[in-house]
Every structure is written in structure tokens, then in C-alpha cells.
Ligand binder design. Structure first.
Ligand code: ZN
Length: 215
């Protein structure tokens, strides 16, 4: 991680961290470290439990829409959010869905996290492991294994929503669950191709903010 952090931090600054490739990650590591990560990528999600499964990798010609003008309130101040990317099809569906939510509620949701390449997902998984006592099984309850995240598979493209007021449910899922916007998603998101991925009482932790799009 010490070798990868400076590189990933640079990419975060330029807003392109979600598009990092395996080749770019591996370029900063020794051959031993690279083969360790290659083995890590082969971990069978069924063996470590949870509901995750391997999802189709992004097609090389996937076109991404860049979102870099989103802002949320934090401590009463407007903060510009990290740049996000969505595959063009998911972006079009999200735009249509918000165009329907806005007249109904006078509110819309922002994209806190959209596309994350499988390589960036691998980095994030490793980053969060110490917080879960280095347990792959425990980390996997909160962060999908690389290749298993809907955030990295345009065929099932996930969006983590956040309100412009900064409510994302991260510390308390109930906070997001109680939103009018959440009720609206339950009633209408299906019309736009979106569904809730991790409902309450499932094998993975409840994530009311995480919805995925299927064409
Ligand atoms: Zn998510």
C-alpha cells in the first residue's frame, strides 16, 4: 500500500482514480507483489461467503460520462465532490430517473460513487482490510472483491446515491432509508432499469443507497 498510495492519490487529485487499470497498478510493484495480487484476484467469492459473484468485466470500448460538477453540503458549506464516472447507458438512465423524481419531490439525488474499475476496486479492498482485522471474509461484507463489484461492471452498473444535503446513510443506513427519495426509488426506480442490490436482511450488509442499473 505504501507503494500504491502516492500513485492513487495523484489519480484522485486529477479525478481519474476510478479508471485506474491493473497495468497501471502493477507498474509500481515488484514481480512478487504482482503475482500476489494476481492470486488475490482469483479468490472465489463463494469461498469467503456473502452474496457476491463474479460479474462481467467492462467492455474495452465502454464510453464513460464524467461527472465533476457535483456539490454537497458539509458543515453548512458547499463542497465539490470527487469526480465520478458512469457508463453512457447508465448515465442516460440516471438522468431520465432524476428528471422524473424532480417534479414529484422537488428533489434529486447525486452520484456519490459510480464506476470503479476492477483495479481500483482491488486497491480499495486492500485499503479497507486493516479496518476489518485483515479478514478477507469480513472485508467482503462491506467491500466487494475486485471483479465482483457492481461498481466495476457496466452490465450491472451500481450507483451509490447521496442527497445534496450530504445524506448517504454511510454511518446510519436508517438515515437514508427514511428519506422521501428512498421511498420514491422503491416505487419508481424499476421503470428506469434500477434495482436495490442489498436489501435489509440479506447476506450482505443493508445498503439503501446502492442501486444498480441493468439495460
Ligand atoms: Zn455501492
Amino acid at each position: 500500500m505504501q507503494k500504491l498510495n502516492p500513485f492513487v492519490d495523484e489519480r484522485k487529485k486529477s479525478g481519474t482514480a476510478p479508471l485506474i487499470t491493473f497495468e497501471e497498478l502493477y507498474a509500481h510493484l515488484t514481480p512478487d507483489q504482482v503475482s500476489f495480487l494476481k492470486e488475490f484476484r482469483e479468490i472465489d467469492p463463494a469461498v469467503v461467503g456473502g452474496a457476491s459473484r463474479r460479474l462481467p468485466a467492462p467492455a474495452p470500448d465502454t464510453r464513460f460520462v464524467r461527472l465533476d460538477r457535483q456539490a454537497v453540503l458539509r458543515d453548512g458549506k458547499s463542497i465539490r465532490m470527487d469526480t465520478q464516472f458512469l457508463p453512457a447507458a447508465a448515465h442516460a438512465a440516471y438522468t431520465r430517473m432524476m428528471a422524473a423524481m424532480e417534479p414529484d419531490l422537488g428533489k434529486r439525488l447525486l452520484v456519490e460513487s459510480g464506476y470503479r474499475s476492477p483495479a481500483y476496486q482491488l486497491y480499495l479492498f486492500l485499503f479497507y482490510m486493516p479496518k476489518h482485522s485483515y479478514s478477507v471474509r469480513e472485508t467482503n461484507r462491506h467491500v466487494a472483491l475486485p471483479g465482483c463489484s457492481e461498481h466495476g461492471s457496466p452490465a450491472f452498473q451500481a450507483i451509490d446515491f447521496i442527497t445534496p444535503a450530504g445524506i448517504n446513510g454511510e454511518d446510519q443506513p436508517e438515515e437514508f432509508e427514511e428519506l422521501q427519495e428512498y421511498g420514491w426509488l422503491h416505487a419508481r426506480a424499476g421503470e428506469f432499469g434500477f434495482s436495490l442490490s442489498y436489501p435489509r436482511g440479506g447476506e450482505s450488509a443493508f445498503e439503501p443507497w446502492h442501486w444498480h442499473y441493468e439495460e
